[in-house]
Design a protein around this ligand. Structure first.
Ligand SMILES: Cc1ncc(COP(=O)(O)O)c(C=O)c1O
Length: 398
C-alpha cells in the first residue's frame, strides 16, 4: 500500500536541483541483492579494505575509557589533532601553517568540501569543477544555489585540466572557486608541482580560490610522490587544501579530515560548520593525532605495495573483459574505457550476470560516459574471484 504523504509540505526546490547521491543508490540496490542471497563482489566503492595501524585502534579504545572525554569539545577540534595535521604538512610537504589559525578539523573531508560552497557561494555565483569529479564539488555548489562550470580534463595530457578551454567560458567572471584533485578520483591521474604553479597563476588572474582536494596524497605507486598544492610558491594566499585520514591510514569510517588555509577562509568555513555540527568525538581526534604523529612510512609503503599488486592484476585483466585502462600511479582507482562505449549497459550486465559491482563513469560527470571505475579496495582473494567472474561473463557475452 502506498504511504499517504499528500498532507506533507513540498520538499525544497534545492532537492529538485540535486540528484540523489550515486553511491546511496548503488548501496540500496546491493543491500537488496544481499538480502536475497546474491554474493556481489564490490569493485565499485573506494573504501580501504584493510584496517588502520593497530596503535591507532588501541588509542581509540584507551581514550574512550576516559570518562572525561565524552562531552562536547571545541568547534575547532582538539588542539593536539590540529598540531598533528600541521606537523604532517611541515614534515611531508615542507609547508608551515599555524595549527590554531590555519587548520580546521573536519568530520571527513566531504563535510568541509560541501560546507565550503555554503561559505562562499550565493545564487548567481559559479564554481569550476573538473568534468570527472568527486561529486561533492558539484553537489555543494548546487546546494548553495550556484552554477557549475565544467573544466575539461584532457585524456591526451593524462587527465590534466585544459585551462585554455576554460578561459573562453562565458561565465568565468562569475566563478569563485576552482576545484582540482590529484591523485584523481575517478581517473587515477597524478600531477607534479608545475601544475599547481599554473593553476595558481590562473586563479590569481581570475580572482579564484584554488580548492585542492588531496585525500590520496599517500596512496601512490611506482615510486611516485604526490605534491600538495600548498607547496607551490604563493599558494597559501589563494589556495585551500583538504586532507583526509580516510585513505591515508585506512580510516574511512572514522570520518576525520582537515582543511588547511589562511585564517579568513578557515573562519568563514567555521561559521557554517559550527552552526551545523558540534565537532568530533575526542577519542577520534586523539587516535587521529597518534596516526599522523607515529605511523611509520614503512606502514604506508607496505599498504601501497598491496594496492599496487591489485592494480597490476586489474590492469592485466582489462583487455580480457572489454576494457582499455588508463595506467594509474595514484588513488584507489582504475579508470577504463568500455570497448563498446556503453558504460551503463556494461555495469548493469556485470552486476546481473557476474555479480560484480562496478561504478559507471557517467556518475563522475558528462565526460565519464563510456567509462567505468574499478577500485583496488578489495581483498586479494575476492579480487581474483571478481576477475575470474568478469572474464567468464565477458567470454560468454562475445
Ligand atoms: C576525491 C575525494 N575527495 C574527498 C573524499 C571524501 O573523503 P572523506 O572520507 O574524508 O570524507 C573522497 C572519498 O572517496 C574522494 O574520493
Amino acid at each position: 500500500m502506498a504511504t499517504q504523504t499528500s498532507f506533507l509540505p513540498k520538499t525544497a526546490a534545492r532537492l529538485d536541483r540535486m540528484p540523489p547521491y550515486g553511491f546511496e543508490l548503488i548501496n540500496r540496490r546491493l543491500t537488496q541483492l544481499a538480502a536475497s542471497g546474491v554474493d556481489v563482489i564490490r569493485l565499485d566503492i573506494g573504501s580501504p579494505d584493510m584496517p588502520p595501524p593497530p596503535p591507532v585502534i588501541e588509542m581509540l579504545k584507551r581514550s574512550a575509557d576516559n570518562p572525561k572525554f565524552h562531552s562536547y569539545g571545541s568547534y575547532r577540534g582538539l588542539p593536539a589533532f590540529r598540531k598533528a595535521v600541521a606537523a604532517y604538512y611541515a614534515r611531508r610537504f615542507g609547508v608551515q601553517v599555524d595549527p590554531d589559525k590555519e587548520v580546521l578539523p573536519l568530520i571527513g573531508s566531504k563535510e568541509g568540501i560541501v560546507n565550503l560552497a555554503l561559505a562562499f557561494i550565493d545564487q548567481g555565483d559559479a564554481v569550476i569543477a573538473p568534468d570527472l569529479n568527486y561529486p561533492a564539488y558539484t553537489m555543494g555548489t548546487l546546494m548553495a544555489g550556484g552554477e557549475v562550470i565544467f573544466m575539461q580534463l584532457d585524456p591526451s595530457r593524462s587527465y590534466l585540466p585544459n585551462l585554455d578551454a576554460l578561459r573562453a567560458h562565458p561565465s568565468l567572471n562569475r566563478a569563485k572557486l576552482l576545484w582540482v584533485n590529484y591523485p584523481n578520483n575517478p581517473t587515477g591521474a597524478t600531477c607534479d608541482l608545475a601544475l599547481y604553479d599554473e593553476l595558481i597563476a590562473f586563479c590569481r588572474e581570475h580572482r579564484l580560490l584554488l580548492c585542492s582536494d588531496n585525500p590520496y596524497a599517500e596512496v601512490v605507486y611506482d615510486g611516485y610522490r604526490a605534491p600538495s598544492a600548498l607547496q607551490a610558491a604563493g599558494a597559501l594566499d589563494c589556495t585551500v587544501e583538504f586532507m583526509s585520514l580516510s585513505k591515508l591510514y585506512n580510516m574511512a569510517g572514522w570520518r576525520l579530515g582537515a582543511c588547511i588555509a589562511r585564517q579568513p577562509i578557515i573562519d568563514a568555513l567555521l561559521v557554517i560548520k559550527s552552526n551545523m555540527d558540534s565537532g568530533h568525538f575526542r577519542p577520534m581526534y586523539e587516535a587521529g593525532a597518534l596516526a599522523l604523529n607515529e605511523t611509520p612510512q614503512s606502514w604506508i609503503d607496505e599498504r601501497n605495495a598491496i594496492y599496487q599488486a591489485r592494480r597490476d592484476a586489474l590492469l592485466a585483466a582489462c583487455p580480457s573483459i572489454g576494457l582499455t585502462a588508463f595506467k594509474t600511479s595514484g588513488s584507489l582507482y582504475i579508470w577504463a574505457k568500455v570497448d563498446d562505449g556503453n558504460d551503463a549497459a556494461y555495469v548493469e550486465s556485470a552486476l546481473d550476470q557476474a555479480q560484480v559491482s562496478l561504478t559507471p563513469g557517467a556518475m563522475y560527470g558528462p565526460a565519464g560516459k563510456g567509462y567505468v571505475r574499478l577500485s583496488v579496495g578489495i581483498e586479494d582473494a575476492r579480487l581474483q574471484e571478481a576477475i575470474a567472474r568478469l572474464q567468464a561473463w565477458y567470454a560468454k557475452r562475445h
